[in-house]
Design a protein around this ligand. Structure first.
Ligand code: GAR
Length: 187
């Protein structure tokens, strides 16, 4: 039995898509979705999916409470699916090559501090980029700098708005993220 712990901060559409993808796979379990926003929509999705939702405060994150919880759960993989806090060094060190993140752009472009969600798609449009996409990567001590596992691209048309780019990037996320998780899990 393989255990995946999900982290999310917002809507949680990726978290839902991942759980749905693995729902017929009896070898994969999701002990909970961890979230740093008490009223994030991912809470509603977790309830609908029957997966425990665990909210935590910044203090619990910084003080090592969450690290303690993760160590007690011994996950095979930790997946950041729209999680917007920087992972602490203690957690990175405790789970080498076991934490993966999805970033909604083609890293190393449009990564780092302040680059999340719509900010990324606005930057893509402002820079008049001709393409965007997704990067799935291991998490290390430096934000958005861990080794790339997978990238997929989509075209950005001159008339595209940040919302259009977000839509196309989300489609790529739904298509590829669960499969890539499965591959990493079976390595
Ligand atoms: C996703 O597009 C994900 O790539 C992005 O947040 C969105 C969450 O959507 N993550 C980041 O920006 C991390 N830097 P969701 O809550 O509907 O899954």
């Amino acid at each position: 039995m393989k255990k995946i712990i999900l982290f999310a901060s917002g809507s949680g559409s990726n978290a839902e898509n991942i759980i749905t993808y693995f729902s017929k796979n009896k070898e994969v379990t999701f002990p909970c979705i961890l979230c740093n926003k008490e009223d994030a929509y991912v809470k509603v999705r977790a309830q609908k999916l029957g997966v425990p939702f665990k909210y935590f405060t910044k203090e619990e994150w910084k003080s090592g409470e969450i690290l303690k919880y993760l160590k007690s759960e011994k996950p095979d993989l930790i997946v950041l699916a729209g999680f917007l806090l920087r992972v602490t060094e203690d957690i990175v060190k405790a789970f080498p090559n076991k934490i993966i993140n999805i970033h909604p752009a083609l890293l190393p472009k449009h990564g780092g501090k302040g680059m999340y969600g719509m900010h990324v798609h606005e930057a893509v449009v402002n820079d008049k980029d001709k393409e965007s996409g997704i990067t799935i990567h291991y998490v290390n001590e430096n934000l958005d700098e861990g080794a790339t596992i997978f990238q997929a691209k989509c075209e950005v048309k001159p008339t595209d708005t940040p919302e259009d780019v977000a839509h196309n990037v989300h489609e790529l996320e739904y298509q590829y993220f669960p499969q890539v998780i499965e591959q990493v899990l079976n390595k």
